[in-house]
Design a protein around this ligand. Structure first.
Ligand code: E4P
Length: 214
């Protein structure tokens, strides 16, 4: 399973890269705004820093605008994946971008039906937003399971990025379903490291080691 960091903050990306297990980064307009920096400057820095795929989102709402933006973004580097909203114009744009060989991440996916259309358009990735679905009383992980079944049924290559995760259980559920990727905030990824019994066990081992004659 691949782990992506969902942020545009350089210090967070550096911290996660240090672990040696970070596979990529996803950004969105909200993340860019949170940096307080110019879009182009920050995304160029991220793409140069991260060896794996980096998702950069278009803001146009027509297929023509999305395709033009995507072509421009793709020039930033070979690791650029263009994030396209899963709307009718976005599907049209994705079909064209697939033909051009530009990698896409269909974002704001809230149903398996949307994910089916994205796969038919040749999307590289789809991003179901599990936490936002849970937040309105639906089951985000159930939708991820449906998408996985559909993709397996028809042999679609589109990879599932479980997004908008809110806690480690979302990551665990994604792994059990077999989603290829999870993108998460840094603080949630950090929670994966910890277990109170690991801390207690280590404390005991170190205390016992101190009694060993050196
Ligand atoms: C995914 O690529 C999105 O950037 C992200 O997961 C959005 O999630 P949010 O609901 O935390 O804003």
């Amino acid at each position: 399973m691949e782990l992506f960091l969902d942020t545009a903050k350089i210090d967070e990306i550096r911290r996660a890269l240090d672990w040696g297990i970070l596979d990529g980064v996803t950004t969105n307009p909200t993340h860019i705004a949170a940096t307080g920096r110019r879009f182009r400057e920050v995304v160029e820095e991220i793409c140069a820093l991260v060896p794996g795929p980096v998702s950069l989102e278009v803001v146009g709402t027509t297929a023509d605008q999305m395709v033009a933006e995507a072509q421009d973004l793709a020039r930033i580097g070979p690791n650029v994946v263009v994030k396209i909203p899963t709307i009718e114009e976005g599907i049209k744009a994705t079909t064209r971008l697939t033909q051009m060989g530009i990698k896409t991440n269909l974002t704001l996916v809230f149903s398996a039906a949307q994910a089916l259309l994205a796969a038919k358009a040749g999307a590289t990735y789809v991003s179901p937003f599990v936490g936002r679905l849970d937040g309105i009383g639906h089951s985000g992980s159930e939708v991820v399971g449906q998408i996985k079944t559909i993709y397996d049924n028809y042999g679609y290559d589109t990879k599932i990025i479980v997004a908008a995760v809110r806690h480690p259980m979302h990551i665990l559920e994604a792994a059990l379903i077999g989603a290829q990727v999870v993108t998460s905030r840094l603080d949630i990824l950090e929670q994966l490291f910890h277990h109170p019994m690991t801390d207690a066990g280590l404390e005991q081992f170190l205390a016992d080691w101190a009694k060993v004659p050196q």
